[in-house]
Design a protein around this ligand. Structure first.
Ligand code: PLP
Length: 296
């Protein structure tokens, strides 16, 4: 996958450069046509650890549109490791494009009803097979954060005043805090509704010194909750595409960019701020929309 690093560009967004603030987007969604974005970064250290400990398979969890599932399937195939995905929900006769692709590239899919899915530790206990290495949902954990810290090293990012990202489990944000230069402020936009535990979930992945770095998590841009959206968000996505040639996904990056636009408008950033917005990928998730809903 490293050979794809050259695909990653920094894209200036003139439409979001006003009130003395300039905005660029780090397009890690361009890493790969399918396995785009942050999930691959988060997986790197787990995969290495799994290999070093002699694991023969990687098992993890995700929903039927999960970017994490698809990235795990792909990354495991690259290192010739068997992968197992515990999928939330019942098996349906027709797989989503996400799951169909994961299966095509070799992932073993095990459907798990919602009650069982909720209790990950029990699932792990009941399904412990020899030589299986478990990765938490979304790659949450310290090794995930260490992998995500590398996001800031794919291009020159040291001169930005703010690094902005969408936040699910908080692993990527923790990585960005780890990788941030002195004086940089990392701002996370939560895509979950009122999930205030995020602050400690991020801190748990950081050292005491890293916890003192400048970071904020904002809870105002979830649009009703995880994977929820409305017409306003859909037309915002269309506008970003039409005016800025920037494709975004409905779960993470559109809410992030919406938040950035709103914060700039409100004067949240002091004039002279230089923003770097992380486009973490996830565009394959837009396949859950009916065809034609988005202009790309
Ligand atoms: C998973 C994901 C995130 C959230 O990452 P966390 O490390 O779980 O906070 C953000 N953007 C995209 C596109 C993702 O797929």
């Amino acid at each position: 996958m490293k050979e794809y690093f050259q695909n990653i560009e920094i894209q200036p967004i003139p439409h979001l450069s006003k009130n003395g603030v300039s905005t660029d987007v780090l397009r890690i969604d361009q890493l790969h046509p399918v396995v785009s974005g942050n999930k691959w970064f988060k997986l790197q250290h787990y995969l290495q650890h799994a290999k070093n400990t002699g694991a023969e398979a990687i098992a993890t969890f995700g929903g039927s549109w999960s970017n994490h599932i698809i990235a795990t399937a792909y990354a495991c195939r690259e290192i010739n490791m068997h992968s197992i995905g515990y999928i939330r929900g019942e098996n349906s006769t027709k797989l989503t494009p996400t799951l169909a692709y994961a299966k095509t590239i070799g992932m073993e899919l095990i459907f798990t009803d919602r009650d069982h899915y909720r209790d990950k530790q029990a699932l792990i206990r009941e399904n412990t097979r020899e030589m299986v290495y478990w990765i938490m949902e979304g790659g949450y954990g310290k090794m995930g954060a260490e992998g995500a810290a590398d996001i800031l090293s794919v291009a020159g990012t040291g001169s930005y005043s703010h690094i902005l990202c969408a936040v699910g489990t908080g692993t990527m944000m923790a990585g960005l805090v780890k990788g941030s230069a002195p004086g940089q402020h990392v701002v996370g936009i939560s895509v979950l509704k009122n999930h205030f535990l995020l602050h400690s979930e991020v801190d748990n992945l950081l050292t005491p010194e890293e916890r003192l770095k400048q970071k904020s998590i904002l809870h105002d841009y979830h649009f009703g909750g995880y994977a929820r959206y409305n017409d306003e968000l859909i037309s915002f996505i269309s506008g970003l595409w039409n005016q800025c040639n920037l494709p975004t996904d409905i779960v993470y990056t559109s809410k992030l960019l919406f938040g950035v636009a709103d914060l700039i408008g409100k004067g949240y950033f002091t004039p002279g701020s230089r923003l770097l917005v992380i486009h973490s990928g996830g565009l394959q998730g837009n396949n859950s929309l009916i065809t034609g809903r988005l202009p790309f």
